[in-house]
Design a binder for this molecule. Structure first.
Ligand SMILES: C[S@@+](CC[C@H](N)C(=O)[O-])C[C@H]1O[C@@H](n2cnc3c(N)ncnc32)[C@H](O)[C@@H]1O
Length: 245
């Protein structure tokens, strides 16, 4: 089984519980940290735009995209289970099941492509960024979030006793295993900043802004351990890139 087939299988198996968790009040990572960072990077550029949510999952971001002023929103995801939920929850938007690195969208179909927490599932970023560039309009924006490159290599996972440096090896493109919502066994890939930035550049993009969001004060009351962790170590990398070629 390929890693993509594995990802699809796990999201399909847990589609309902994953969706429930994403929508729940205690989803601190999305609600207070990652999504606000995404919104801050798109809010000035979304009005009346044709938007694609790449790796949209069950579509929790789609209503927000419309609220921010998008003219039309489409979504694509690997998981049939999540797309089924997305269709029910967002009748105004168009959803399809498919792989983000090889879509059936037309050249230059979108003005803005957003992608929340999907990019780290790709070992090779080139086909994904090339496809994004193909379907994006001239001077269009690609705004995405992913696991921060330092998150995985600074985590204590897999290290029994930490002596000296907290960092695990950084210069590689290897897979790592992690558990989502306590039961979903996921495979993701580590990327260095050099890989991310240069691959974007080779695919015709320049970076306009990056964010490394931390939890706001309210999270201290809701879950102090998450608040403390995000003040010390980065969790997400959020990038706003513009197509220039
Ligand atoms: C962490 S979830 C995020 C879902 C949604 N963007 C959100 O913010 O709730 C990652 C999503 O990426 C999707 N995904 C992973 N690899 C993909 C691929 N190659 N093509 C399309 N979707 C993919 C998964 O099926 C999953 O729904």
């Amino acid at each position: 089984m390929t890693d993509t087939q594995h990802t699809k299988k796990v999201y399909n198996k847990h589609a309902k519980s994953y969706h429930k968790k994403i929508k729940s009040k205690d989803n601190i990572w999305h609600k207070y940290i990652e999504k606000p960072a995404m919104v801050s990077l798109i809010k000035k550029d979304i009005k009346l735009k044709k938007v694609l949510d790449l790796g949209c999952g069950s579509g929790p971001f789609v209503k927000k995209l419309y609220c921010l002023g998008a003219k039309k929103v489409k979504g694509i995801d690997l998981s049939e289970g999540l797309i089924e939920i997305a269709k029910k929850e967002n009748p105004k938007a168009d959803f399809v099941v498919g792989d983000a690195k090889k879509t059936r969208y037309k050249n230059k179909e979108f003005d803005l492509i957003v992608s929340s927490l999907m990019v780290h599932y790709f070992k090779d970023l080139r086909p994904l960024f090339k496809e994004t560039s193909r379907i994006l309009n001239k001077k269009g924006l690609f705004v995405f979030s992913m696991h921060h490159p330092v998150m995985e290599v600074s985590s204590k996972l897999g290290i029994k006793k930490i002596k000296g440096s907290l960092l695990k090896p950084y210069f590689h493109n290897k897979k790592y295993n992690w558990t989502l919502n306590e039961k979903m066994k996921m495979i993701a890939y580590h990327h260095t900043f050099e890989m991310i930035i240069n691959t974007l550049n080779d695919s015709g993009f320049v970076i306009e802004r990056i964010l490394e969001p931390v939890a706001p004060k309210i999270v201290k009351k809701l879950k102090k351990s998450t608040y403390d962790r995000t003040q010390k170590r980065p969790s997400f990398l959020v990038i706003k890139a513009r197509k220039i070629k």
